[in-house]
Design a binder for this molecule. Structure first.
Ligand SMILES: Nc1nc2c(ncn2[C@@H]2O[C@H](COP(=O)(O)OP(=O)(O)OP(=O)(O)O)[C@@H](O)[C@H]2O)c(=O)[nH]1
Length: 302
């Protein structure tokens, strides 16, 4: 389990119509797919796992990708790698924006399909390219990753969730074909802690939440992580950016106080600024989830 904090927030729900259609088509396409590349956001690897994914993919090969490598520190990468190892998983970290660690992923996808062609050969059939599908929540970087795998921009990638609206096959090489799919998300976001993190990370549409609540929750998360896992966070990250520290504040109180201090009392503007600065990485490399056993205190708040 990742280290989490319970938010006392009202319900965040987001399920645009195109996602329902895409989910249906995706399930159909899965029948002809050999390998699933599950892409998650490295800042929130637990919250960007779709709870039904394992049911859908059955015993097909799966390659786990934690994208946005540039947004977590090497130390956080290390603790997640150890955690996944304990759970018999090997995560592939990528930075789809800059194109880092892409070859290793392409090889892993291809290797996962080697067995497929061995089976075909034993039945006297000709080898064919491995068919892989890229699955993940909206905005985690699926299209950017495919573009990197291809070495050129063919599928639209944009800084807002919900851009890819249909499924399309792309030939990466003679050995590998990829299916890009729109982000999928559970019909109901039962886990509201996860929903808040998705909102903070811009992984769900912004019409579904209140910026001020989400910015307050973001500051609460930082305060909380600073208390239990300060070794995994940049030091004084709020003070460094805004010249205004968060000691003795709750997230909401900090938002209001920062608005007074820097933004003429404009709380909405302050909330947007905090969220934008985090999303652009201007506050430093901040994980919003870490495995509980790596925190200073071995406690899970739930
Ligand atoms: N910093 C950083 N940004 C990334 C990375 N990968 C993708 N992005 C950016 O994240 C945004 C979303 O990327 P997309 O590739 O469109 O995401 P997607 O998962 O296809 O999104 P949907 O089409 O909504 O499902 C774009 O602005 C990308 O440039 C990464 O590794 N690091």
């Amino acid at each position: 389990m990742g280290l989490t904090q319970n938010y006392k927030l009202n319900v965040i729900q987001w399920y645009p119509g195109h996602i329902a259609k895409a989910e249906k088509k995706l399930k159909e396409q899965l029948k002809v797919v050999d390998v699933v590349l599950e892409v998650r956001d490295a800042r929130i690897p637990m919250s960007t796992h779709h709870p039904q994914l394992f049911d859908w993919i059955g015993n097909k090969s799966r390659v786990l990708v934690l994208n946005r490598l540039d947004m977590i520190s090497p130390q956080v990468r290390h603790v997640w790698t150890d955690w996944f190892k304990q759970n018999n998983e090997v995560p592939y970290y990528t930075n789809a924006k800059q194109g880092q660690c892409i070859e290793a992923l392409a090889k892993a996808a291809q290797d996962a399909g080697i067995e497929l062609n061995q089976r075909r050969k034993s039945r006297g059939m000709l080898p064919r390219p491995v068919r892989a599908v890229v699955i993940g929540f909206p905005n985690v970087g699926k299209s950017a990753l495919i573009n990197r795998l291809l070495g050129k921009r063919v599928v639209e990638s944009a800084a807002r969730p919900g851009v890819t609206r249909s499924l399309r096959w792309v030939r990466i090489s003679d050995q590998l074909e990829l299916l890009d799919s729109p982000g999928i998300i559970p019909l109901r976001l039962e886990n509201q802690d996860a929903a808040v993190k998705l909102a903070i990370c811009d992984d769900i549409g912004n019409a579904s939440y209140d910026n001020q609540l989400i910015a307050s929750a973001f500051v609460d998360t930082i305060i909380y992580l600073e208390a239990v896992a300060s070794n995994l966070l940049p030091k004084n990250l709020l003070k460094n950016r805004y010249n205004f520290g968060s000691s003795d504040y709750t997230g909401e109180a900090y938002l209001h106080a920062l608005a007074e201090y820097r933004y003429n009392g404009d709380i909405e503007r302050t909330a947007r600024q905090l969220l934008t600065d985090f999303r652009k990485g201007l506050l430093g490399k901040i994980p919003l989830e870490i495995p509980s056993q790596f925190a200073n205190e071995h406690q899970e708040i739930n």
